[in-house]
Design a protein around this ligand. Structure first.
Ligand code: PAN
Ligand code: ZN
Length: 197
């Protein structure tokens, strides 16, 4: 592990930016339970199970004081009327924030906290979103044919809590209506997550 300052380059058109990066790929089958239209999801899985998004990050020790940075690459597509999106999560350490900087494409960052508030922010090249501590976050690609590429930075000790979102979903859904994104209430959202399985 490098214990000295280092640098790396980012090209939104490339999928790799450093030899030390770590790559995660999530296919639609990894996102079961996250999209409202389950039948549409299963059909897409059956006909090829495309990659919905990839995450490239620079590994660092998961301790306070360190930062993890990387690229999130969300492919274009819809499941029923819902745009391709990330799973979304709270940070396990709720008091940790995150920065998203949009490099290319178009989308939204949907956020909500445990006090019942929600917020959506537009992601277009040059926009920065500050995800305040305690806010769950999910990115959504609202462009029909371009990838949404964002650079993120978060404290290395943050951890990822997917359970709360898997249990109840986000309060809001982002749907394609007349080829435009529309934020609507999630009819399946429940105020408290069911007991952990
Ligand atoms: C990002 C996300 C990345 C993928 O690195 O992890 O965009 O989203 P999911 O983790 O929700 O699948 C981040 O927010 N890290 O904290
Ligand atoms: Zn995060």
């Amino acid at each position: 592990m490098i214990e000295h300052p280092f640098s790396f380059g980012i090209s939104p058109s490339l999928t790799l930016f450093d030899t030390q990066d770590r790559k995660i790929q999530r296919k639609l089958s990894d996102l079961r339970g996250h999209f409202t239209d389950r039948a549409a999801l299963e059909e897409l899985v059956r006909v090829g199970d495309p990659i919905a998004y990839e995450v490239l990050d620079v590994p660092r020790p998961e301790r306070a004081g360190e930062l993890i940075s990387g690229l999130s690459i969300l492919h274009p597509g819809v499941v029923g009327a819902e745009y391709f999106m990330t799973k979304g999560h709270f940070h396990s350490v709720r008091g940790t924030a995150e920065i998203y900087y949009c490099l290319s494409g178009a989308g939204m960052l949907l956020m909500e906290n445990e006090q019942g508030e929600w917020k959506s922010e537009i992601l277009t090249p040059g926009r920065v979103v500050y995800v305040a501590p305690g806010w769950a976050h999910r990115s959504i690609n609202t462009n029909s044919d371009q990838r949404l590429v964002t650079f993120f930075v978060y404290p290395a000790n943050a951890g990822h809590d997917y359970g709360a979102i898997e249990g109840r979903g986000f309060r809001k859904l982002v749907l394609r209506k007349n080829d435009r994104p529309e934020v609507v209430d999630n009819p399946h959202w429940r105020a408290s997550a069911p007991e952990q399985r």
